[in-house]
Structures are given as C-alpha cells and as structure tokens.
Design a binder for this molecule. Sequence first.
Ligand code: ATP
Length: 270
Amino acid sequence: VRARVMQVEESPDVSYTDIGGLDEQMNEVRETVEMPLLKPEMFEEVGIEPPSGVLLYGPPGTGKTMLAKAVASETDATFIKMAGSELVHKFIGEGAKLVRDLFEVARAHEPAVLFIDEIDAIASKRTDSKTSGDAEVQRTMMQLLSEMDGFEDRGEVRIIAATNRFDMLDRAILRPGRFDRLIEVPKPDEEGRKLIFEIHTRNMNVADDVDFGKLADEVIEASGADIKAICTEAGMFAIRDDRTEVCMDDFEEAWAKIQAEEEDDEISKT
Ligand code: ATP
C-alpha cells in the first residue's frame, strides 16, 4: 500500500534556478524549511522553535510542488509526497494509520521534507452532514495534527502542505504550532512568465525570431505549468513541420491550441 500512495525521492532533481518568478515565496520557504534543516542549532541558541508547518496556497500549476522539491533537493533531504485525497478512506482508522505510517517513513529518512498535496481533502471546513465518512476524515486530520504536535526534534522533518482551495480550509489547521506559515503562490506576472519561458527553453533549439518578452505579454492567464506545456507543444509543431528549430509562430500556435483545449475542458465540466 505504502509504495502505491507515497512517493519517496532521495534527492529530487529540482533546483531553485528551475523556478521562475517566485523569489519572495522561495525566500520564505528557505527561511522556514531550509534554515531549521541546515542550522537547527541556530534556533536552539536563539531559543525559538522553528515554525512547524508551511502551507502553500494558490491556483494549480504555479510551482508549489516544485518549491517543496527544490528545498528538499538543496538541503539534501528526502522528499516524501502524499496527496490528501489518498488519505481519505472508507474504513475506520485507515486514514489515521496512513498518517502514522507517513511520519514513520519521514523519521526513517531524516532529514526529510514531507509534502502533503491537496491538504483540503482532509482539512475542509466541516460540512453539515454528519455521515461516518466525514467523521473518518476528521480523525485523519486529528492524527496529522497530533503527529505535528508530537515532534520532539522537528528540525529534521519539515512539513509542507499545499492547496488550491484556501477558502475551503478548516481554520483549525492554521493555528500556531500547526500550519502557521502561509505562503501564497500566485500565477506568474509578466516578468515571471518571461523567466519561466526562459527556463523551459534552456535545452530547446530556439530560432532568433522568438521574443520571450512578447510571448509573456501574450499568454496573460498562463500558469507555470501552462508555459511548460506551451514550450513542449511548440517543439511538437516544429517536429510536425520537419524543422529542428522552434520559431515564434510555433509558440503562438501552441498557446492557441492549449487555450482551446482548456476551453473544451471547461465546457465538458459544465
Ligand atoms: P498543483 O496545485 O496542480 O499540484 P503545483 O502548484 O504543485 O500544482 P507544480 O507541480 O509545481 O505545480 O508545477 C507543474 C509543472 O509546471 C512543474 O513541473 C514545472 O514544469 C511547471 N511550473 C509551474 N510553475 C513554475 C514556475 N514558477 N517556474 C518554472 N516552472 C514552473
């Protein structure tokens, strides 16, 4: 079961230079995650406890997972990822047991960054229905909080959670000593979009006519994940055309295609 739902990476292959347009967020993550891992004695000497949990929130595909991976990689920590939705189970006690397993694995791999994606799946505001399913989800959440509270030597395991649905969260998890560092990870601004284009084309054979500043200005609603998709799709356009150099038109057509697909998705959802 563990192997299926838990992702463990000894040293993920993501560095801070792979992330575009999130300098402020990166600094905050470093301060709260990297410092306690690399210099736990600083906190001891100063006499404060490092923040226990960091919550990253913002729209999908903006680099939340990347931030968590990068900080693990740059501190030589093991990256352990679990999706909140995987912790939701029908059988009583199963979710709580998974949470215990998760922390056990993290302790066994110290230093570790424990990343819980979609935390809203287990930490949404209580709904009205008093079904047993809800009670089970509640117990899973309580187990997570008690594992976090129970850390004697927290320096070696850092906890990062992420959500796209900040408004849905039960405020109880944001109390001091829990996820008490909130970091918003928004969609990139124009400068950020340009940087992300530059990052994802590092290994691409890009023609001289490609203007990343202009592209950044054109792809207004794009997330980092969208920009990555645009770059790959642009490369596909070149290949289909039997060219090995990717030109400006390829990027623009790729964006048009991806937007059309996203609109189709929206329509099929409604
Ligand atoms: P979700 O909420 O959907 O889990 P997320 O915020 O965790 O999304 P990531 O998984 O980090 O998003 O991003 C998906 C991919 O998009 C990354 O692997 C990366 O290639 C690209 N990407 C997203 N944001 C950025 C960014 N700021 N800089 C560079 N690449 C980015």
